[in-house]
Write a protein that binds this ligand. Structure first.
Ligand SMILES: [Zn+2]
Length: 392
């Protein structure tokens, strides 16, 4: 048995507990939550919250850390740089980078990750990790003739992940600008209703322009790379979010990632259609790629189910959920601390389908515990100096 004391405990299961005493097993299962300091102060901690859920990551891109130039021609420039560098490195270099990234997430208080993969090269790291991973096998393609083969290939990768103990996996669409309608239809046909789905959404003006009438920097990029866009039917004046939502089965949990260029009226309309939608924020990556931030205030005002992601080391210096929260707190001070805790813990666990294990501090659960140091208890502002440590 282990005893922990928190001057303030956020459980996501009722109001915060002042002077909380936590009893847990050596494996981290919560046994009892008391208050008033009856237990010995074996281990004094500041503010304790459930461990973080990183709802959007690309472990496969870890070897690109520090190699991509910031804000060089927006998202299209980012994609160009990514593709020109991604395949230049040996498998050994990639494996080592993924293991270091996995270890760094553990140190940053992360307990579970929703990870986008295009290959199965991350399976080894994930099998040996102390973190829980759900792998989204991401599909994209602009040619109708290749859809069937792509989906079959995707299913075989999903099965490879699922074949390993503790690893879960499902197919997911990449983004509105990189897929023909037939690919959406085929993914919808083969996914199981309990699979979570995730898609990058309205991340850049380039995306919106291409989807509208196949113009702009993305169209130029596809042409220069010899990628045919003949089968892609432009959306005209319908925005990508509105165009794509009906193509994704309503039975599945769905997470929209980035949402940088989504207006409040679009959020309201989407929530009318799908109230349980998850909206994943990766603000560091947005600043890195386009320089703009997502509509955090509008999402908060509309009580949207927000999750937090780090994106990859290609577009972020660190895989730290706490860093993302600090950036949100600095730019959107109206979002209360307790809400940021919920977004970065329980909401991600709910989206990934693991809320029975993670996201709440409650007897019987084993959520992982993170202590936050340097917070002023009267204000609870996640300023730059706040640090986190995994304590269970
Ligand atoms: Zn991403």
């Amino acid at each position: 048995m282990k005893l922990l004391h928190a001057s303030l405990l956020f459980t996501n299961d009722g109001p915060p507990v002042v002077n909380a005493d936590l009893t847990l097993t050596d494996e981290g299962v919560i046994v009892e939550i008391g208050s008033g300091g009856a237990n010995n102060k074996n281990d004094y901690r500041d503010v304790i919250i459930p461990a973080f859920i990183n709802a959007h990551c690309h472990l496969e891109l870890s070897h690109l850390k520090g190699l991509i130039r910031e804000r060089e021609n927006g998202m299209t420039g980012f994609i160009r740089q990514l593709l020109s560098q991604r395949f230049l490195f040996s498998d050994a270099v990639q494996q080592e980078a993924m293991q270091l990234a996995d270890q760094s997430m553990l140190e940053e208080g992360i307990v579970a990750v929703g990870d986008i993969s295009n290959f199965t090269s991350s399976a080894g790291t994930k099998k040996n990790s102390r973190l829980y991973y759900h792998t989204f096998i991401e599909l994209f393609g602009l040619e109708n003739a290749k859809v069937e083969e792509m989906v079959l290939n995707g299913i075989s990768m999903v099965n490879e992940f699922r074949g390993a103990p503790h690893l879960s996996s499902s197919l997911s669409p990449h983004a509105p600008y990189s897929m023909v309608q037939d690919l959406f239809k085929e993914i919808s046909r083969v996914v199981h209703p309990i699979d979570p789905l995730t898609i990058h959404m309205q991340e850049s003006e380039d995306e919106i322009l291409f989807c509208k009438d196949k113009s702009g920097p993305l169209a130029e990029f596809f042409a220069s790379a010899g990628i045919s866009t003949t089968d892609f039917i432009p959306f005209g004046d319908v925005r990508p979010l509105r165009q794509i939502l009906p193509l994704i089965p309503r039975a599945n949990r769905l997470q929209l990632v980035h949402n940088t260029y989504t207006a409040e009226e679009e959020i309201v309309a989407a929530l009318k259609r799908r109230p349980k939608l998850s909206w994943c924020l990766c603000p560091s990556a947005n600043l890195f790629i386009t320089g703009d931030l997502p509509p955090v205030e509008a999402l908060f005002r509309n009580d949207a189910h927000v999750t937090i992601g780090t994106d990859s080391l290609a577009s972020n210096q660190k895989l730290s959920v706490l860093n993302e929260l600090k950036l949100i707190s600095k730019n959107f001070p109206m979002v209360p601390f307790a809400t940021l805790v919920k977004w970065s813990t329980l909401n991600g666990a709910e989206f990934l389908g693991v809320a029975n294990r993670f996201g709440k501090i409650k007897p019987g659960m084993n959520p992982g515990l993170v202590s936050l140091h340097g917070l002023n208890h009267d204000e609870l502002v996640l300023h730059e100096q706040v640090t986190c440590k995994r304590v269970a």
